[in-house]
Unconditional design. Sequence first.
Lengths: 377, 292
Amino acid sequence: MATVELKQVTKEYPNGYKAVHGIDLQIRDGEFMVFVGPSGCAKSTTLRMIAGLEEISGGEIYIGNRMINNLPPKDRGIAMVFQNYALYPHMSVYENMAFGLKVAKLPKAEIDKRVREAAEKLEITELLHKKPKEMSGGQRQRVAVGRAIVRKPDVFLFDEPLSNLDAKLRVSMRIRITQLHKELQAAGQTATMIYVTHDQVEAMTMGDRICILNYGKIMQVDTPLNVYNYPQNKFVAGFIGSPAMNLIQVRVIKTNGGVNLRLADELELTLPPAKAQYLLDYDGKTIWFGIRPEHISLVNADDNTTGSTIHGAVEIVEQMGNESYIHFSLNGVSLVARTAQFGSQTLQQGQDRVAFRFLLEHCHLFDLDTEENIGLK
Amino acid sequence: MKTNLRSLLFFLSPALILLSVFLLIPIGAAVYMSFNKIGVEALIDPQTISFVGITNYTQIIFHDELFRKALLNTVIVLVIAMPLTVALSLSLAVLINSKLTKFSSLFRVGFYLPAISNTIAVALVWKWLLNGDYGLINYLLSLVGINGPQWLTNEHTAIFTIIMLVVWKGIGPNTILYMAALSSVPDSVKEAAEIDGASAWQRFIKITVPMLAPTTTYISIMLLIGYLQLFEEPFMLTGGGPVNSTTSIVMLIYNEAFKYFNFGYASAISMVLFFIIFAVSLIRIKLTKLGS
């Protein structure tokens, strides 16, 4: 059983700075959990506390049924892959992978078997005699992963392992690690993985669940799609997704038929009833209105569908090849739309009166003060 | 092309002149002198210089008891002082770098002070501290009932007193070098070893020390060259005595050249010393390359 449980875990540095504020989290046996968040959100600190490389100021951490707060790293049943690989430069690949096993005084034959198996799995058998400095970044990171595998840990910890690699290699390593997780599980080996990254693409594509952190607090823990589709708060909404969700302050105006959102003077959107129902108590108040770029579409300039189509001025069009990001403004409010429509190719910077339709059934509404998603209450 | 060569020589000339006057010409002169018999009278009458071929060398290598004694003394200092300086410098660097050590900059300054102090002045102070009859060290020992030896005039303790002084002086700069090297060992590598289950000692011996190998090689070669050229400490503390028990090779060169005015013979000893340093350094570098 390689569940990981954090109960009210805190981290406070001697200078009084509180990095982690009472985190509660349960990671299931065999789960691939991704910690994601901006710099300084304490994702690495939390991982290092699980590893035993950082002291825990308060709370409890369990791996399986054991509380590991006071156990040294080697006794926690973990293996870790570092951002800068952290290979032993004076040792060959084989020695790097075998080091932990030698320290644990495993029989030579067993060490050899494990190292060769892991090397084969990671396709680094031909590198076993090489020193780290003779290898590329991607190869080094595979060795680092290999060094973790041979220990057969209960929990794998990854601390931004792909950050030092170039974009192309990152994609292939991302897939390799995900495959590895599946392979280990298929082989009956416990493979609970905790993966720290600041890259939301890694988080979305690799994790069974994502834990989004900010300022040492958990903002949301859920599956990638749920996090994307149902962000619990404004931070998650803005952090996950690229280009980021459009977030603007709007005033709620109750009308006879429902609820309108005033974006700017003479610019109002009418919420569909399914969304309007959440704002009954918000009449006259300001809230955060969020809509993903893909939920704003280009329509014909003569489309005047009241309540959901608005005319704006195009500021910049970013052509991505398969799609375009159209940055436009509505009475001084800047927004971005994402569209695959060919119409965007003919758009020009500064073009006025371009019609955008807002797919309001997909919009998100956040309380101005708590920044919680009103629709998820 | 001609103009190029001219301007090249023009710009290089300051360095070339300095190099020639202070290095190339003296080296050439020493080589020349080592094959000749040159006494003090040669300064007035160069006609007295006589070519003796390799006689100086054969004399030094096969017949000179004093050279053997000086070589032995120098080797004793080298063999004991070099590993001791390396080990102590590394230990101190680790201690000062430790998070548990407070006032580490104070220690850094403290340990570096001997290196920037004038050896002659320092040796004079030590000479008094170590004085068998009136020295502070023997006085302190007498307080705990120990009758301290005649540190500098006893044939058996004198060489160890010299060793102590050179080690004390050598620790400072090498500690600083090791501290810089230690800070370049990434924390993550040590953490990886910690997760791999290595104890603090294993991490030090199997990870940190090998990663410091380039610094250790540099330090040991510098010490090797320095200790083989041992001069100021025995010159000031013991004058090479008692019974030549602290005479080093460089002291012997000094004595031959400036006490007995055997310039040719002294030059030949210098050449022999040069080849010893050259050979030992070469072996050390080869060994390091083999090791890595």
